[in-house]
Design a protein around this ligand. Structure first.
Ligand code: FE
Length: 136
């Protein structure tokens, strides 16, 4: 996974070249992958989850938990400044969409029903993520 030099200026054609079709559908078209059958929902290795679009470090395995929803869930981000929140009224619901602050890619949504200490549940598509294992 290479990091684009300036992800904010990449054209649609460049994104299509850079991403797999499923990554493109989620990150660039705000798609949602199927629950349960996705790469990281039950992934338990220690490391850092990065944006599949730009490589920015977004979530730590230390904040990952099983929400039962079928998608990877985290109760916090590595750095709140790396994630942007937007009100999303699509599909007849009012939700808070989360996007990567660096490349603008759609990641998923954040809900106020997470565990302590934050009470937040970042419900994130596996297709929007890559994983860097902790090296000892
Ligand atoms: Fe990104």
């Amino acid at each position: 996974m290479s990091t684009p030099k300036d992800p904010k200026s990449m054209t649609d054609a460049e994104w299509r070249e850079h991403l797999t079709p499923e990554q493109y559908r989620v990150l660039r078209e705000a798609g949602t992958e199927p629950p349960h059958r996705n790469a990281y929902v039950h992934h338990k290795d220690n490391g850092t989850y990065v944006c599949a679009g730009c490589g920015e470090e977004l979530f730590s395995s230390a904040t990952k938990y099983d929400s039962g929803s079928g998608w990877p869930a985290f109760w916090d981000a590595v750095d709140p400044a790396k994630i942007q929140q937007h009100t999303d009224t699509s599909h007849g619901m009012v939700r808070v969409e989360v996007t990567c602050a660096t490349c603008g890619g759609h990641l998923g949504h954040v809900f106020p029903d997470g565990p302590v200490p934050t009470g937040s549940r970042y419900c994130i598509n596996s297709a929007a993520l890559g994983f860097k294992p902790t090296t000892e």
